[in-house]
Design a protein around this ligand. Structure first.
Ligand code: B3K
Ligand code: ZN
Length: 877
């Protein structure tokens, strides 16, 4: 816990470190009551630092117990150093010296899950961003890179496996204890340090790199999960190959290890040579993991592996530069997933996330640029903006430069900065230098927050055979900045002729990328024989909101003819969105709802065309989400959006019932489960059809769902049936099915999480009472972030009708949870706060209720920096 007015830190105040750490030698004596950490640091003055005789400043968490501090073998007395808040300063130190420091920790009582803690009886660490300061006193900043050696000592019987970064170079035994010495030859910042000790089992494989070196690959987990590691291993090998082929990047150590832990604040962590994963992001087995889970494992394994270059070999100078490694690495993992599966489907999924959650962040009280200018708690900035919008910014550079020039740029970046801690500007500079493109204006994407809006309009001059496209851009004010300068926006465009063919544009290509840089610009296209239908922002070439006055017919035309798969899907989404927005207005006016025939017909055409890609059919026929419609709304009317979605779904269910039946039958599969893209698409389409069939309300489809539940040989089909029945109007069947599911899977923690989420997100009345009852269930553990996310997170984030119940009970429930978690696990507390911070988007009555709960949290006692920052920023707008 910290004082009630924590400091804000600014990018503009950055100063180079006064001291550098050449080597860091650590010895961990792990124990049940306490753990002692011996740190020996070789320290030198930083020649780049201009200050004369600066004090040595070390970061150390206030709870850290200091047992010994010595310089060059001489112990310091307490008046020779100062401890204040998170800092320990020693005023007079030599130019070069050795610091010896002993600290004592209680990892078993560490509920924040930062630093060294215990997860299910195993020791593990999480040091990014500022967790190392909970282990020992150290310059805990990413621009201090040091060569680490770590000795791990622990009781043999309880902790047979002892791991740290790098290569194991020596091991030994003494009585009941044993030890292993690890050396990591690559200098790294403290945030990449890792240690694991426990009774773990592992699978092993090997990989021969492009230059012919053999690397040992190991994935560790508790013995009960040993059968769920193969997919992670396959994904790892694919990632290693892909990074060689696409980026020319080779792995550099002799061993690469991954460890699965059950208590983890986020998805995974890229510690050098020793990645630590949330079990939810690495364990996969057909019987227990749904398709999306397999895809997540593949993507996260790749993401963490790719960090070895984009993050570890080249790291961030300071935490404002977080997107340097995260935006770029998300771009890399996203392209990897696109190459491994369906490119268009991946794009649709990424854009859906961006448009709902990231755009909402951009429009909310925590809005910040991809490179934030200030923060109170860096943990609050591991956001969709830094990750996903950061990825889009890198993608735009890729679009502007083209694949070849982009590769030259990334080669230059890695060559120039290997072993350094650098800035997003260094990244852009390499791209500029390698390609010769001027990215000066483009850099605004890093410094200006908010989602740009483009208003587009077109005119056709038949006589001149010219189509002219006018683009106007603006960007709404964000709490940090009122006025924005125009962005450099790559707008990929195609022009369709009346028959659905494509005009040839610049370079005889059907797609042209426009450099849209002014507030308003007109682009002319010559030799256009008849009025074209423009296909704009192909592949979602920029993270913006673009509007064009399309008619319904034009949307339907693009749905059928656009050669850009993403835009075909997008046309269907926009068509549905526009119709649903009109229905929301009707509902609010008390009018009877009527679904336009055009939408039913458009869906019918898609559904009846068996030649179409199944994955895309399934995406097109999935209605715009509650979250997307909410993001688009000026004022969110939760009930109206929910009612309209239900109405549209039920109407499409009834009108197209025979087609849903056909699709369901046509996509049943006898083949053994496989998580490949085609099979996933089949299951997704089949389960979508089942959802529509259940929405008819007919008893026979309940039986069909129950039959699927019983016959399923994989979790995807079983869980789809469970969710659909639980969320349907067939309430009588629900309790029995939920009980059966729990009974079958109570020993599989990750499956139990799904069971919690299905109940927490059930839209019918009374959800909160069910959630409160589940908080007391033996399956729930209030200290485990995965359980908290599955129950509390799912209720507040995926059950809008109940969370926003007009009696305010959902808000009060969340506030109670935050007050409790604020002390126990500030990072999780602050993340959960999200839904309450969006109060401004609701009608006045709800605004008041939400604000009152935020005020109640504020008055509840001492707040962590994490919660303090989000709370004060949301109350300030
Ligand atoms: N770099 C880590 C995230 C660490 C979060 C710290 N609060 C995972 C990733 O992005 O790969
Ligand atoms: Zn990352």
């Amino acid at each position: 816990m910290t004082q009630s007015q924590p400091n804000e830190i600014f990018l503009k105040d950055y100063q180079v470190p006064a001291y550098l750490i050449e080597t860091t030698a650590l010895r961990f004596e792990l124990g049940e009551d306490n753990t002692r950490v011996f740190a020996d640091l070789k320290i030198i003055r930083n020649p780049e630092c201009q200050q004369s005789n600066p004090a040595l400043q070390l970061d150390g968490h206030p709870d850290l117990v200091l047992q010994e501090l010595a310089i060059d073998g001489r112990s310091l007395t307490t008046d020779e150093y100062q401890r204040e808040g998170e800092l320990l300063s020693i005023a007079a130190v030599p130019q070069a010296f050795e610091l010896h420091c002993v600290t004592v920790l209680e990892p078993q009582n560490n509920t924040a899950l930062e630093g060294l803690y215990k997860s299910d009886g195993m020791f593990c660490t999480q040091c990014e961003a500022e967790g190392f300061r909970r282990i020992t006193f150290y310059p805990d900043r990413p621009d201090v890179m040091s060569v680490f050696e770590t000795i791990v000592v622990a009781e043999k019987a309880l902790y047979p496996i002892l791991l740290s970064n790098g290569n194991a170079v020596e091991r030994g035994e003494e009585g009941d204890t044993h030890w292993v010495r690890w050396q990591d030859p690559f200098p790294k910042p403290a945030y990449l340090f890792a240690l694991v000790a426990g009774d773990l089992k592992y699978i092993e494989d090997s990989y021969t790199t492009m230059s012919g070196r053999d690397v040992k690959l190991q994935i560790f987990a508790e013995s009960k999960d040993l059968d769920k590691l193969d997919y992670g291993m396959t994904s790892l090998k694919k990632s290693m190959r892909w990074d060689e082929e696409v980026y020319g990047r080779e792995y550099d150590l002799d061993i690469f290890m991954v460890v699965a832990v059950d208590f983890f604040n986020m998805g995974a962590m890229e510690n050098k040579g020793l990645n630590i994963f949330n079990t939810s992001c690495v364990l996969a087995h057909p019987a227990t993991t749904v398709d999306a889970g397999f895809q997540r494992v593949e993507a996260v394994v790749a993401h963490e592996y790719f960090h070895n270059w984009s993050g570890n070999r080249v790291t961030c100078r300071d935490w404002f530069q977080l997107s340097l490694k995260e935006g770029f690495t998300v771009f890399r993992d996203s392209e990897f997933s696109a190459d491994m599966n369906s490119r268009t489907v991946k794009r649709v999924e990424d854009v859906s996330l961006l448009r709902t959650a990231q755009f909402a962040e951009d429009a909310g009280p925590m809005a910040h640029p991809v490179r934030p200018a200030s923060f109170i708690e860096i943990s609050n900035f591991y956001t969709l903006t830094v990750y996903e919008k950061g990825c889009e910014v890198v993608r735009m550079i890729h679009t502007l430069l083209g694949a070849d020039e982009f590769r030259k740029g990334s080669d230059l970046y890695f060559e120039r900065h290997d072993g350094q801690a650098v800035t997003t500007d260094d990244f852009v500079q390499s791209m500029e230098d390698a390609s010769g493109r001027d990215l000066t204006q483009f850099r605004r994407w890093y410094s200006q927050a908010g989602t740009p809006v483009i208003d587009a309009s077109g005119t056709y001059d038949a006589e001149a055979r010219r189509f002219s496209l006018t683009l106007r851009q603006s960007c709404p004010a964000t709490p940090d900045m009122a006025e924005k300068q125009p962005f450099h926006i790559p707008v990929a465009i195609g022009l369709l002729d009346q028959q659905g063919g494509e005009y040839l544009l610049e370079n005889s290509a059907t797609t042209q990328v426009l450099d849209f840089t002014a507030a308003e610009q007109v682009f002319h296209f010559e030799n256009i024989d008849s009025e074209p239908v423009p296909s704009l922002l192909r592949g979602f070439s920029a993270p913006v909101k673009l509007s064009y006055p399309y008619s319904q017919e034009a949307h339907i035309f693009l749905m059928q003819h656009d050669s850009d798969g993403f835009n075909r899907w997008d046309a269907s989404q926009q068509l549905a969105v526009e119709m649903m927005q009109a229905l929301i207005v009707d509902h609010q006016a008390g009018k009877a709802l009527q679904l336009p025939e055009q939408l039913v017909n458009a869906y019918r055409t898609v559904l009846a065309d068996s030649s179409l890609d199944k994955a895309m059919v399934s995406k097109i026929l999935t209605l715009p989400s509650q979250a997307y419609l909410s993001e688009l709304a000026e004022v969110i009317d939760v009930e109206a959006i929910h009612k309209v979605r239900e109405f549209v779904r039920n109407t499409l269910a009834a009108e197209l019932e025979p087609l849903w039946q056909d699709v369901y039958q046509a996509n049943l599969s006898e083949a053994a489960y496989s998580p490949d893209a085609d099979s996933i698409a089949r299951r997704s389409l089949k389960n979508l059809a089942l959802a529509y069939l259940l929405a008819t309300g007919k008893e026979e489809y309940l039986q069909l769902a129950l039959q699927q539940y019983d016959a399923a040989d994989n979790m995807t089909d079983q869980q789809a049936a469970l969710t659909l029945v639980t969320h349907s109007d067939f309430s009588a069947a629900t309790d029995d099915l939920l009980a059966r599911f729990y009974d079958s899977w109570k020993d599989e923690s990750l499956v139990v999480n799904q069971w919690l989420s299905v109940q927490a997100s059930k839209p019918s009345e009374g959800a909160l009472a069910r959630v409160e009852a589940l908080l007391q269930h033996p399956a729930y553990d209030a200290k485990n972030p995965n359980k908290i996310r599955s129950l509390v997170g799912a209720f507040c984030g995926q059950n809008p009708v109940n969370f926003h119940h007009q009696d305010g009970s959902g808000y009060a429930f969340l506030a109670d949870q935050i007050i409790q978690l604020n002390k126990q696990n500030p990072q999780i507390a602050s993340r959960l706060l999200g839904p309450l911070t969006r109060w401004k988007k609701y009608a006045p009555a709800r605004q008041q209720q939400m604000r009152a709960e935020l005020e109640r949290i504020k008055a509840s006692g001492e707040l962590s920096k994490d919660v303090f920052e989000v709370l004060t920023k949301s109350l300030a707008v």
